[in-house]
Design a protein. Structure first.
Ligand code: ZN
Length: 394
């Protein structure tokens, strides 16, 4: 496979393009971010956005919150520097880990904020996971649509027009580009462009209603609210990282110091090197595993690409981490198969259909990655609850 000569990302990476020197567009975007964006002007824009909304509603803003490094930093930054009064909204996808929950409790107490936490129906979640795994080779539809849609419903319920997200997508992909010098709006266009995999909640209901007992209202948390209602609210849904230069490593150091935020082990990752990335979901290892099977790279490549772009590690070291860690099975595979009630062969068969050429996965030759410390505490279903309860068993 062709790889970026600067950051190693392969040609199977989403939105990637290479220039005549073999350098990718995401690396070029980073140069633009560092050299051309007037961050002073952006900081003034941020102040204007905040002052426009301050004190006018029950809350100054809605702050969608997973408890990972980015949303924690966003919350800390806005409370600390702007004394903002947010309503923190948490969509619990069902796989939150102990360390994350402890981090959250500590963060909320230290910052003194109001919090709403919502957890959707687990049985429906499992059915949704299976449907998008089969159709797209990606089981996270429920999580991604829920995280981005649900806080918008809360914004409408509380009539709070400003919604603050953390990291802009331009750090990782080129769906949005720093070079356009536009402020990325976290809106329905963006939602349809790369969040919902081209499947709306209404589509999803039609896909599952024949075999699964479901009320259409159960899909509401996954629907994007009506544009008419959002426009009436004069909503503004933006990323903090569009206004201040985003640096994951620096941000993480700050929340560790200020909030006692702790990292965690993630399956298939070099734990000492990247203890801060994607600690919020016990199925992250599965997500990365599927990415590897489909596209021939996983999170190790993404993280080392970011560090290479920032000039923080040597190319040889990045190559070594990738060689040592990528392409291993997560122990959570067993749990995942039990949740969905499918065998490993069925799983491999499903994923094989979504492979992105020229990559060819070797399903047989993969060894297991080590178990994380908290593996034995991850949710494991009793035998009778495993799999999905179908309406008309076939
Ligand atoms: Zn690159």
């Amino acid at each position: 496979m062709q790889k970026c000569t600067a950051c190693n990302l392969p040609e199977t990476y989403e939105t990637i393009e290479f220039d005549e020197n073999g350098v990718c567009n995401i690396c070029r975007q980073k140069e633009f971010k560092d050299e051309k964006i007037d961050w002073q002007r952006r900081a003034e824009m941020l102040s204007r956005v905040i002052e426009k909304h301050r004190g006018k509603y029950e809350y100054d803003c809605i702050l969608p919150f997973s408890g990972g490094k980015d949303s924690t930093y966003t919350l800390w930054y806005l409370v600390k520097h702007y004394k903002i009064r947010p309503l923190v909204v948490q969509f619990n996808h069902g796989f939150m880990r102990d360390t994350l929950m402890e981090n959250n409790r500590r963060t909320f107490k230290k910052l003194g904020v109001d919090v709403i936490s919502f957890t959707p129906n687990w049985k429906l979640v499992k059915r949704l996971m299976l449907e998008t795994l089969v159709r797209k080779g990606d089981f996270c539809w429920h999580c991604h649509t829920g995280i981005f849609a649900y806080p918008m419903h809360i914004a409408l319920k509380y009539q709070v027009p400003l919604i603050f997200w953390g990291e802009p997508s331009s750090e990782y992909t080129a769906y949005y580009n720093y070079e356009d010098d536009e402020i990325e709006q976290v809106d329905e266009t963006r939602f349809n462009r790369f969040i919902n995999l081209g499947i709306t909640a209404e589509d999803m209901y039609s896909m599952i209603k024949d075999d699964y007992q479901c009320d259409p209202r159960e899909l509401t948390p996954y629907t994007y609210p009506k544009l008419r209602d959002l426009k009436k609210l004069k909503y503004q849904s933006v990323c903090l990282g569009s206004y201040i230069p985003w640096d994951v490593k620096e941000n993480t150091k700050i929340i560790q110091q200020e909030l006692g935020w702790r990292g965690d082990q993630v399956e298939g990752m070099p734990w000492d090197e990247y203890s801060y990335e994607k600690i919020e979901c016990s199925m992250q290892g599965m997500r990365d595993y599927i990415k590897y099977l489909k596209r021939g790279y996983s999170r190790v490549s993404q993280m080392t690409a970011l560090d290479l772009r920032n000039g923080r590690i040597a190319k040889e070291y990045a190559d070594k981490l990738i060689a040592d860690y990528e392409g291993r099975k997560p122990p959570s595979l067993t749990l995942f198969l039990e949740y969905l009630g499918i065998s490993e062969d069925q799983f491999n068969h499903i994923v094989a259909k979504t492979v992105v050429p020229p990559f060819k996965p070797d399903f047989e030759g993969m060894e297991y990655a080590p178990k994380t410390d908290d593996f034995d505490r991850w949710y494991r279903e009793d035998e009778q609850d495993r799999g999905i309860i179908f309406k008309n068993p076939v």
